[in-house]
Design a binder for this molecule. Structure first.
Ligand SMILES: Cc1ncc(COP(=O)(O)O)c(C=O)c1O
Length: 472
């Protein structure tokens, strides 16, 4: 019976028919649904992936513009990664991390420590990004409990942030709409402004905006009290918030304030880690900061296996070891902590990254950014911004006021629909399109991607004009 079902599932995908979509509508709850369509959604069925391409149910080949969810860094269908997962499963598919350990996790932790900035020396492996952020925060709470300062637990986070979908990590999120209908541990979180230069107050220069952000941070610490703030959590580049590249020097200055006030700096590199900016970690190599913890996931296995982790500073671990409470228990662990298959595939993925993919990403990034920047010629486009192989095309109704709201809110989805027709999957975010292709993309493929996006935006402009929604 089970085998028959498996064959049926295979046939559905092979035949490329819509049965799987129908079955999903009856039985699958998909992420981020609206109440009105929860458990009843028909999302595009993807059957296959190869290199930077994926194939939809109709057999149409699409450039995977978002690389899955910023994760397929070395591309789809890498034989080496598939092989190593098979080999590891045949050697040891699982061991309990409660009482035992495995060699791939130790070796991966060593390689990560080698690549990490500052004194980040030890990794706790999780199942993904949310659980990595959750672990970092629970570690901060434990650390302050052991150090005898249980009131030092508040967390600083920023508008535009996305840190996950578990209760505590989600409480940090600051994107519009995410929290409107969801509960959270609001009493534990203090929110700051997003460091988005495009949305800075009119008439303010970028350096003045940077000073404003730093002053706001410093003032907030003074107002709330450093003795009550345990951590600041920030993405080096806010990813799902619309690829917000912070102004020069901002992260370093925030890092300093954290150090002065004994506030742990948690750099959330779930998106930027493992190659998106051409380096294993962006915190040190791109932004010159040495956080107390780095969280990562996604690209660590190029999305082939759900794995994440938090890298912790040697100093913090040493303080715990030297504390007056050697028996205090960090009561935190996941069944799949240090999963051998995940760690084995991550090791091979790291080989691929270090053996050429990172260098390729660094070389192609300026071309990728420059080609996308040409889309600013289109009147619907307010700004194209980005760094490394992540970029955002932000649409506005009016370039002067930068108003996104007069536009149909789903302008990103409209562009995505046109691009799908033309052979490109886009990640639509309200009025923005985020592009973060697999790092192995070639110059010709960048050209294809940008040409399709240009045409998709042009067709959207025509639609909006025809419908009288926009007069640009
Ligand atoms: C910066 C950041 N942190 C955390 C997460 C959560 O990761 P996951 O979805 O693997 O739980 C994400 C997911 O997109 C993210 O972008």
């Amino acid at each position: 019976m089970a085998a028959a079902r498996e064959i049926k599932a295979r046939e559905m995908i092979d035949a490329g028919d819509d049965d799987a979509v129908e079955v999903a509508k009856r039985h699958l709850v998909q992420p981020w649904p609206y109440a009105g369509s929860v458990g009843a959604e028909a999302r595009a069925l993807i059957g296959e992936g190869d290199g930077i391409y994926i194939t939809d149910a109709s057999g149409k080949r699409l450039i995977d513009g978002p690389a899955g969810m910023w994760c397929i860094n070395v591309g789809h269908r890498r034989e080496e990664l598939a092989r190593v997962m098979y080999d590891q499963a045949m050697a040891l598919s699982y061991n309990t991390p409660w009482y035992t350990m495995n060699a791939p996790s130790a070796e991966l932790a060593r390689r990560i420590a080698d690549a990490a900035p500052g004194d980040l020396s030890h990794t706790f492996f999780t199942t993904g990004g949310s659980s990595a952020v959750e672990t970092a925060l629970r570690f901060m709470q434990f650390y302050n409990n052991v150090r005898g300062r249980p009131e030092k637990k508040l967390i600083l986070s920023r508008g535009g942030a996305y840190h996950g979908s578990t209760y505590l990590s989600a409480s940090l999120n600051g994107r519009p709409r995410d929290r409107d209908w969801m509960d959270g541990a609001d009493e534990l979180v203090v929110k700051l402004s997003s460091p988005n230069p495009f949305r800075r107050p009119q008439g303010m220069s970028v350096p003045a905006f940077t000073d404003f952000l730093v002053d706001q941070f410093r003032d907030t610490v003074a107002r709330v009290g450093a003795d009550r703030i345990g951590a600041f959590v920030g993405e080096p580049v806010q990813a799902s918030g619309g690829v917000v590249v912070p102004p020069d020097g901002y992260l370093k200055r925030i890092r300093e304030i954290c150090r002065e006030n004994d506030i742990l700096y948690v750099s959330d590199e779930v998106v930027t880690g493992f190659g998106r900016l051409g380096h294993v970690f962006a915190s040190g190599d791109v932004f010159g900061i040495d956080p107390d913890m780095i969280t990562f996931a996604k690209g660590v296995t190029s999305g082939y296996f759900p794995l994440g982790g938090v890298i912790i500073s040697e100093r913090l671990l040493e303080e715990l070891r030297r504390s007056n409470h050697p028996d205090a228990l960090f009561g935190h662990g996941l069944t799949y902590t240090s999963h051998p298959i995940g760690c084995a595939v991550a090791l091979k993925n790291l080989d691929l990254l270090e053996d050429g993919v990172l260098q390729h990403a660094r070389e192609i990034a300026p071309y990728f950014q420059a080609r996308l920047k040409t889309l600013e010629e289109l009147p619907l486009v307010g700004e194209v911004r980005g760094v490394g192989l992540m970029a955002c095309v932000e649409c506005v109704a009016d370039r002067e006021s930068k108003d996104p709201l007069q536009l149909d809110k789903d302008v990103g989805k409209r562009i995505d629909a046109h691009c799908h027709e033309l052979g490109l999957l886009v990640r639509p975010l309200i009025n923005m399109c985020v592009m973060s292709p697999p790092l192995i993309i070639s110059r010709e493929q960048v050209d294809d991607m940008v040409a399709i996006l240009r045409e998709g935006i042009s067709r959207t402009m025509d639609d909006l004009r025809k419908e009288g929604v926009w007069r640009g």
